[in-house]
Design a protein around this ligand. Structure first.
Ligand code: HEM
Length: 401
């Protein structure tokens, strides 16, 4: 690993620092100036675009298998914790289910859910965007997709928080609580699968698809379906929540950029890509080094827990001209916010749809908004969730909104 250079000002603790998470781009610049691989709190961090691309495209050297993420789960997270060649079988099964054509069917329902949320606060002229829209929306979409009742939203949100944000007085208690949450999620899905097996009639939801699916002539086992659903909770909910929060916080503080979206909503698809790049709400992905190697002139040891910083890669000036400028019409925009290589995000089409629809409906109904006076934004590190996002705007007059 490269030595930390005094001159760059790089601080290895930055990746875990909430203050850095609020404004990560200057920190990423310092990290890249220090080396392709820099030290971090829990292990080496890969920060330059070329090295990040290499790591994402060489799963045999940088594995995302069982050793890379331990949240107390007893089943592998499918397909993330499956290495080649088995990984390909799962993606062949799952890719068509998450293809753009399938996801487009959800458009009217997602539009309805977004507007239902906005209806809940628009007359007040203020809201906590996080609690009232960004947190419940992806879980509501997910419940519908998998075929579970919307009445389970609260239970679902508590299970998600239990696994992603476990609490405790010390690390032992945190891990024990996380294990309890993992068990609860596994039991919840195992029961939902059993219930679905018993039900008669035609369902066209995802649980049913999984129950009928085959890989090389073999039906999926209950454990495999649980492993797939478990990963959806980890990968498909907070990621969308955090993206919505980061986007809207950015736009609330950059009125000129916001006005571009209001004036011309047709730029929303490219604006979503640029905000994904600039904000990179999922800042890094974990990998386990499978052998001793050298990356960008920096040694890596077999068994190292590696952070692959897609946030730093997305703003690397060496790889992308004007990477430090936010251009909402940037095209092409080859960002890595959805990862890269074989584990590239399975849910990117769904995520894009949720993000585009929310920006469209929101700006149509609430074109002018800002942070509430005195609001201080607190970003978590890793997954850049914003705890509270208090916004104020003009409430619509009678007959409008
Ligand atoms: C804006 C929202 C999202 C972002 C930024 C995001 C980001 C990512 C990233 C960076 C990866 C790569 C992980 C790695 O290489 O270790 C990934 C993988 C994955 N994502 Fe997403 N994701 C989002 C939404 C979703 C949604 C909505 C779903 C689906 C329900 C989903 C399901 C998955 C799955 C299953 C994988 C693992 C794929 C594999 O291992 O082959 N994601 N995502």
């Amino acid at each position: 690993m490269s030595q930390v250079e005094e001159s760059t000002g790089y601080d290895p603790g930055g990746f875990m620092d909430p203050a850095v998470s609020a404004d990560p781009q200057p920190f990423y610049r310092q990290a890249r100036a220090t080396g392709a691989v820099v030290p971090g709190t829990f292990g080496p961090q890969i920060v330059r675009r070329a090295a990040v691309d290499f790591a994402l495209h060489h799963p045999e050297d940088f594995s995302s298998g069982m050793g890379s993420v331990d949240l107390g789960q007893s089943v592998p997270l499918i397909p993330l914790q499956v290495d080649p060649p088995d990984h390909r079988n799962y993606r062949r099964l799952l890719d068509p289910i998450f293809a753009p054509r399938q996801m487009n069917v959800l458009k009217p329902e997602i539009t309805r859910l977004v507007n239902e949320r906005i209806d809940g606060f628009i007359d007040r002229g203020e809201c906590d965007f996080a609690e009232e829209l960004a947190v419940p929306l992806p879980s509501s979409v997910f419940l519908g997709l998998v075929g579970l009742p919307l009445s389970e939203l609260e239970l679902f949100l508590s299970m998600k928080d239990g696994i992603l944000r476990p609490t405790g007085v010390d690390m032992d208690e945190v891990q024990a609580n996380q294990k309890v949450a993992a068990r609860q999620i596994e039991e919840y899905f195992a029961q939902a699968i059993k219930d679905r097996q018993k039900q008669k009639g035609n369902h066209d939801d995802m649980l049913t698809l999984f129950l009928n699916a085959e890989i090389e002539g073999q039906r999926l086992t209950v454990d495999e379906i649980v492993g797939i659903c478990f990963l959806f909770i980890l990968a498909g909910l907070d990621t969308v929540t955090d993206s919505l929060e980061c986007f809207v916080a950015y736009l609330a503080q950059h009125p000129d950029q916001r006005q571009r979206i209001v004036d011309d909503p047709s730029i929303i698809p490219s604006a979503v890509e640029e905000l994904l790049r600039w904000e990179t709400p999922v800042t890094a992905v974990p990998r386990l080094a499978m052998k001793d190697m050298d990356l960008g002139g920096c040694p890596i040891k077999k068994g190292d827990n590696i952070g692959v910083s897609i946030g730093a890669a997305n703003t690397d000036e060496e790889a992308l001209p004007d990477a430090g400028i936010v251009d909402l019409t940037r095209n092409p925009n080859k960002h890595l916010a959805f990862g890269g290589g074989i584990h590239r995000c399975l849910g990117s089409h769904l995520a894009r749809m949720e993000l585009r629809i929310t920006l469209k409906e929101w700006h149509q109904r609430i074109p002018g908004y800002s942070l509430a006076p005195g609001a201080e934004l607190s970003y978590m590190p890793g997954l850049r969730q914003i705890e509270k996002l208090h916004l104020v705007f003009d409430a619509p007059g009678p007959g409008r909104g």
